[in-house]
Design a binder for this molecule. Structure first.
Ligand code: PEP
Ligand code: MG
Length: 546
């Protein structure tokens, strides 16, 4: 059976017939415009209709992250700069749909030129253009097909508006030709628990209704399955999900060694179901798309909502991680030629110390009113001095448990020194990969360097874990690598004490841990550490853990 391969970004297996997104509208030949006022009105009506539709979807979205990206798209649609640019095109003789397409093409070029986070949002702009043009032309909205049977969705890339409408009972799997491990397709597929493969070369050549299987862990896409083979893949996946969701309770190896399985969240809305605690509370959501920072009271309310949902449980709050892939307008940061290496994360506090002190005060107030076990950590710490300063600031606010994220290789190398001043470490392997390999985490083309199974990354993790064991202080992992059930065995064997991930990823990791003793995990970790390539590490671990 022919097999294509891409990057597996949302684990699980599924099989079904291929269907594609409804095609984008094509613009008719430009008509001669007789009534510019009517064209301007048509632009406004299209913007209002599309914004209303996206807002309705955002309100209905079950996941906070989905709602957030849809609202960002509404902001793009209703941005006056867009209607101004369309008005200018109408003034120059264009009809409404052509004027909107031209205005969005301008925005697109600016996003692409900006690179990084904004370049990854290009799919959102293309989606917006298709929606606005369809609205102007009176065509149905482009998007997910509804054939009345389950299918595997194939696309060049997906915009949030598409992914937000996905029903996992109908869309069994996703395969895209573009996108990277951190694209919306990847993040939202993981949130929805839909197996997904991105950057799959050759997927565009598969004819509609061909039956394929998708392996969202290995990235394999097998083409041309028989109905029986497809049914067997799906039956196995259903049985596996049932087995996993029947398992509950804290993370443990087969011989009872505890490894806390914690949730990565952006707000209280992401807390679905029972969790041991939160290992990464990304607080950026509160600050996004605002001209001014949230007030202390507003922050207290948001933090208290999470703490109140987890009485007596651990919640690790990460202080604001602004900059680079998370630009925040209110900080009015100067343009930087290389934002990922600029003033971001904890470094923002050098220029705006009040942002950090207000946040720590708010966390302390919310913690005092609740029984959650609140830990606080800083992102993007590079030196032991920065770590010590942050820990002192936390203690000055009465926050007893202060830690740092290890995302910069310099900090990983100095883990023993950092641990003298802080209470814990949490490895942000997404950024640690980016900075170790000098490979932009948004760049799908560099995905093999960003692979957590790279020997250099495993060596840095091992050094931090060893420093934690030596100091008798916990070292967790909260990057995406913690959600890989095989990699979780390596991390446990290295001495990592907690794994934090999207809540939907927890059952598969729990199952994997429960099937191996600590001694087996140690052997597996040793084998992974000795491997020379990510492929060798993976296969040695798969063999050892089978
Ligand atoms: C990381 O870098 O691994 C991490 C968990 O932080 P974020 O993805 O929010 O940068
Ligand atoms: Mg990070």
């Amino acid at each position: 059976m022919p097999e294509l391969s891409g990057i597996g970004v949302s684990p699980g297996r599924a099989a079904g017939p291929v269907l594609r997104l409804a095609p984008p509208p094509s613009l008719p030949p430009p008509p001669a415009v007789v009534d510019a006022e009517a064209e301007r009105a048509a632009v406004r009506a299209a913007v209002a209709a599309v914004a209303a539709e996206l807002t309705r979807r955002a309100d209905a979205a079950a996941e906070a992250a989905v709602a957030e990206v849809l609202r960002a798209q509404v902001l793009m649609a209703t941005d006056e700069m867009l209607t101004d640019a369309a008005d200018a095109a109408i003034e120059a003789g264009a009809a409404a749909p052509h004027a909107l397409a031209a205005a969005l093409a301008e925005h697109r070029a600016a996003f692409e030129a900006a690179g990084g986070y904004l370049a990854e949002r290009v799919a959102d702009l293309d989606d917006l253009r298709d929606r606005l043009v369809s609205a102007c032309l009176g065509l149905p909205m482009p998007g997910i097909p509804s054939p009345g049977h389950p299918f595997i969705l194939v696309a060049r890339d997906l915009a949030p508006a598409d992914t937000a409408g996905l029903d996992p009972a109908v869309v069994l799997g996703l395969v895209t030709a573009e996108g990277g491990p951190t694209s919306h397709t990847a993040i939202l597929a993981r949130m929805l628990g839909i197996p997904a493969v991105v950057r799959c070369v050759g997927v565009a050549g598969i004819a509609d209704l061909t039956v394929v299987s998708v392996d969202g862990a290995s990235g394999a896409v097998a083409v041309g399955l028989s109905p029986e083979e497809a049914a067997a893949v799906n039956a196995e996946a259903v049985a596996r999900r049932a087995r996993q969701s029947a398992s509950s309770g804290p993370g443990r190896t087969a011989d009872g060694h505890p490894v806390a399985l914690l949730a990565n969240i952006g707000s209280a809305r992401d807390l679905t179901g029972e969790v041991e605690g939160v290992g990464l509370f990304r607080t950026e959501l509160l600050y996004l798309d605002r001209a001014d920072p949230p007030s202390e009271q507003e922050q207290v309310a948001a933090y208290a909502a999470v703490f109140a949902a987890l009485p007596g449980r651990k919640v690790v709050v990460r202080t604001l991680d602004a900059g680079a892939d998370k630009p925040l307008p209110f900080l009015r940061m100067a343009d930087e030629p290389n934002p990922a290496l600029g003033v971001r994360g904890l470094r923002v506090a050098r220029r705006s110390p009040e942002v950090l002190s207000t946040q720590l005060a708010a966390v302390a107030t919310a913690a005092a009113a609740n029984t959650a076990d609140v830990w606080v950590m800083a992102p993007m710490v590079a030196t032991a001095a920065e770590a010590a300063e942050f820990a002192a600031a936390c203690r000055a606010h009465g926050l007893p448990s202060a830690g740092v994220m290890i995302e910069v290789p310099a900090a990983a190398l100095r883990a023993p020194a950092i641990l003298r001043d802080v209470d814990f470490l949490s490895l942000g392997t997404n950024d640690l990969s980016q900075y170790t390999f000098a490979a932009d985490r948004m760049a799908g083309d560099l995905a093999e360097l960003l692979d957590p199974w790279q020997p250099a990354l495993i060596a840095l993790i091992a050094a931090c874990a060893a420093a934690g064991l030596e100091a008798g202080k916990p070292v967790g992992v909260c990057g995406e690598s913690a959600a890989d059930p095989d990699f979780a065995l390596v991390l446990t064997g290295l001495g990592i004490s907690s794994l934090s991930m999207a809540p939907r990823s927890i059952p598969a990791v729990r199952e994997s841990l429960a099937a191996h003793t600590l001694e087996e995990c140690r052997r597996i970790a040793k084998a992974a550490l000795a491997a020379d390539t990510p492929q060798a590490a993976r296969s040695v671990v798969r063999r050892a853990s089978a």
